[in-house]
Design a protein around this ligand. Structure first.
Ligand code: ZN
Length: 361
């Protein structure tokens, strides 16, 4: 039987006080039952879902100034069953880059919320400023985002596999100029989603779903070479700086991140944060250089990109957020052909097959 009643937390929009309520999914709207038995109907056409767009996040429905927060995502199913017209009011969970953006926004939101300084109209900083953002900030930002994006129970904690992946990263880092200010750390997630990404400060995240589709450790190195260059070139940090105001960054410097209140607003403000085509081309180009400098096979990077393009049934996240795939593969192929490479195959402490098979959810 369809569950239609869900415990929820209600906010009246005038005070920060929380009230426990029951939300009943009805055909015309969500009915709120307050502790004193008072009820209110929020018609679906007046609802707005403002939170719950990424996996594990609570759902928030707003009705004018009022809001309810529901933990059980089963409410979406109930709404779909009982009131299909409500589908237009809810947004499905998102993953990959959009999730990353939302989480980064939320992180900045923590800072902002803590300071109560979320103010529009302040001059947004140019990307030039990103070059002066202390590495400490980036690390802090990256760690906060990682904690939100990949909860502990979604991480692959297999020591051998993490060590194997760290070997891949160490090989790539050996090809970087000695002055790199970042310490790279990798996290393997149990996610089946086809993705890998980098967070500011040197946090690299690799989904098991990506590992499964690649043919070798060298191919994985090709993907990570690209991601490492996003970190080295501070692409994500720049994108955040361009979106955020001076005060937000000052608050970030001071490291206050108590309040979750403004996280959603900040996530919205961050909306379109992502890498520009230019940043992607740069990460490709420098990533290929890094493969060569690390004595890895430049062709493996090309293979990885082709592999991703050809074998994934769904649109692969890695490439779909990295536009103009064919053009990029073509320029990588040209670079690989011209590279003066003396590659050595990557040797992991375990076979690639074994590495691929572990840590499924
Ligand atoms: Zn990229």
């Amino acid at each position: 039987m369809q569950v239609t009643r869900f415990p929820a937390t209600y906010f009246d929009g005038k005070s920060p006080r929380r009230h426990e309520v029951t939300v009943v999914v009805a055909s015309a709207g969500l009915r709120l039952i307050h502790a004193d038995d008072r009820t209110a109907l929020w018609p679906y056409e007046e609802l707005k879902q403002t939170q719950g767009n990424y996996t594990g996040e609570e759902l928030r429905f707003e009705h004018g100034l009022e809001a309810v927060v529901v933990t059980d995502r089963g409410i979406l199913e109930a709404m779909h069953e009982l009131a299909p017209q409500s589908d237009r009011r809810v947004k499905p969970a998102i993953g990959g880059w959009r999730m990353l953006r939302a989480a980064l926004g939320a992180v900045v939101g923590l800072v902002v919320g803590g300071w109560g300084m979320y103010t529009y109209g302040l001059p947004a900083l140019s990307s030039g400023v990103a070059a002066h953002v202390p590495v400490d900030w980036e690390v802090h930002m990256g760690d906060q985002a990682l904690a939100q994006l990949v909860p502990m129970d979604q991480r692959c904690e297999d020591v051998d596999r993490v060590a194997a992946l760290q070997t891949v990263v160490a090989t790539l880092v050996s090809g970087l100029p000695a002055k790199s200010p970042y310490v790279y750390r990798v996290t393997i997630t149990k996610s089946d989603e086809f993705n890998a990404f980098a967070l500011p400060g040197g946090r690299l995240i690799v989904n098991q779903g990506l590992v499964k589709k690649l043919g070798s450790a060298d191919e994985l190195a090709g993907i990570l070479a690209h991601e490492i260059q996003h970190v080295e070139r501070r692409h994500t940090t720049k994108a955040i700086c361009e979106e955020m105001s001076t005060k937000v960054l000052i608050a970030g410097l001071l490291g206050n991140h108590d309040a979750f209140g403004s996280a959603v607003n900040a996530a919205r403000a961050l909306g379109e944060l992502g890498h520009s085509r230019q940043a992607e081309a740069e990460a490709d180009h420098l990533g290929m250089n890094l493969m060569v400098a690390s004595n890895l096979d430049p062709q493996a990077m090309v293979k990885a990109y082709r592999h991703l393009k050809e074998h994934d049934v769904r649109v692969p996240t890695f490439l779909s957020t990295h536009p103009d795939t064919d053009g990029r593969i073509a320029s990588l192929t040209a670079m690989a052909r011209e590279a003066h490479a003396s590659p050595h195959p990557l040797a992991l402490a375990m076979s690639w097959r074994r590495f691929q098979q572990g840590c499924t959810p």
